[in-house]
Design a protein around this ligand. Structure first.
Ligand code: RFL
Ligand code: PHB
Length: 393
């Protein structure tokens, strides 16, 4: 069996895994990334669009920030449409100057792949049947099948960055792992279209017919979402039906200026809050979606992956460069403290803006009161802005 030696095996070639391998490589720490799918498949997924400054800084630190800084858009605010109003959340004003960057996860991943290639980073695509071994041993190893041939890599540590459906979390014994989960009774239908965005800033809309979101990737590429029942399938939604429903949920002046076009991607994502504890088991460290999922309303999924990677990267640096394992030992606790705060915020923002299928009139009035309070209180706006731009690492 071909056998490889490395310091860290990273399972999953999504943004978490690629970012960590890039950061480690620049400090002389070796890793192998094992990705189940092809590069084209990974880059075909349309996901996050809003980056916190912490993520932006980490990309720069990884030497991957040039195109993001050139092409990404700085957003100092966003809007919330509700009860016929279009209110603005001034992020910069309420945080003392913090902003977010609008730059798609697809582009982030593309930049990370380019950087890994330029440094000669090892990324194995099409790694099948990945198995994590000897997690409690002095050293661990990972086995997988590549083009029908069994492979093995020996390492000090394994990082499980293989997303929600990956194998890493499932390798932690059930009596050690505690999972917290809340599944929401609706999903998001998303459409990507090669049309100019309807607004310079994102618009989150709360409407009797359900939530809607107008987002963007660039001046010529827009991303829109509408809340749909979990029973809906993508095939149920023609482009025309999507645009029609989106317009009904937006303020008239916004709907009137919406430019529609053929969808270049259309998908439905379920909404879930999920946390697995602990995020470490022996030599295995979980990071990103492998350990936690947030509903996308607060735009926190990818950003939480970045704070995990930040803690893990510094823990590994301290271990390898200074022989100090305190960072690794404290990783799970430190990461989870930030994870739960982002879970809370994402849950709050989801409840604020969605129409629950079993919601009562009382729920509706409470939701309205929450929105009225938000836009009448500097303290409430500051809290929203602080969380949206990202809590400190
Ligand atoms: P990823 O991106 O899921 O990458 C994990 C990688 O691991 C691979 N993999 C395996 N590899 C080897 N062996 C196995 N057994 C494997 N199993 C899986 C997968 O092929 C994949 O390439 O996790 P990562 O890197 O932690 O990154 C997290 C982000 O992708 C995620 O948090 C966000 O995209 C979440 N999310 C959003 N976040 C935001 O901040 N804003 C958004 O607008 C937003 N929209 C979304 C989203 C997630 C979505 N999903 C998961 C369906 C929209 C969608 C539709
Ligand atoms: C997106 O552009 O895909 C996006 C933006 C903000 C969110 C969720 C998704 O809260």
């Amino acid at each position: 069996m071909p056998s490889h030696q490395t310091q860290v095996v990273i399972i999953g070639g999504g943004p978490s895994g690629l970012l960590l391998s890039q950061l480690l490589h620049r400090k002389g720490i070796s890793s192998i990334v094992l990705e189940k799918h092809s590069r084209a498949h990974v880059l075909g997924r349309i996901r996050a669009g809003v980056l916190e400054h912490g993520f932006v800084n980490l990309m720069r630190e990884a030497g991957c920030g040039a195109r993001m800084d050139r092409e990404g858009e700085i957003h100092g605010g966003f809007r919330i449409a509700h009860q016929g109003r279009l209110d603005r959340v001034d992020l910069a004003k309420h945080t003392g100057g913090e902003t977010v960057m609008v730059y798609g996860q697809t582009e982030v991943t593309r930049d990370l792949y380019a950087a890994r290639d330029a440094m000669g980073g090892v990324i194995v695509h099409g790694a099948q049947n990945v198995q994590l071994q000897a997690l409690m041993g002095a050293r661990s190893y990972v086995t997988w099948d590549q083009d029908g041939e069994a492979q093995r890599a020996d390492c000090d540590f394994i990082v499980g960055a293989d997303g929600f459906h990956g194998v890493s979390r499932k390798s932690i014994p059930a009596d050690v792992l505690k999972e917290y989960e809340k599944v929401y009774p609706f999903g998001w239908l998303g459409v990507l279209s090669e049309t100019p965005p309807v607004s310079d800033e994102l618009i989150y809309a709360r409407h009797e017919r359900g939530f809607a979101l107008c987002s963007l990737r660039s001046r010529v590429l827009s991303r829109y979402y509408i809340q749909v029942p979990l029973t809906d399938r993508v095939e149920d939604w023609s482009d025309a039906a999507f645009w029609n429903e989106l317009k009904r949920r937006l303020p008239d002046e916004v709907a009137a200026s919406l430019q529609t076009g053929p969808s270049v991607e259309k998908s439905i994502a379920p909404l879930r809050s999920f946390v697995a504890e602990p995020m470490r088991y022996g030599n295995l460290f979980l990071a990103g979606d492998a350990a936690h999922i947030v509903p996308p309303t607060g735009a926190k999924g990818l950003n939480l992956a970045a704070s995990d990677i930040h803690y893990l990267y510094h823990g590994l640096l301290d271990h390898y460069l200074r022989g100090d394992s305190a960072g690794l030992d404290g990783y799970s606790q430190k990461a989870l403290a930030r994870v739960w705060k982002a879970e809370r915020f994402s849950w709050w923002m989801t409840n604020l803006l969605h129409r629950a299928p079993d919601g009562t009139d009382t729920d509706l009035r409470l939701q309205r009161a929450e929105l009225d309070y938000l836009f009448s209180s500097e303290a409430a706006l500051s809290s929203l802005a602080e969380n949206y731009t990202g809590l400190p690492y």
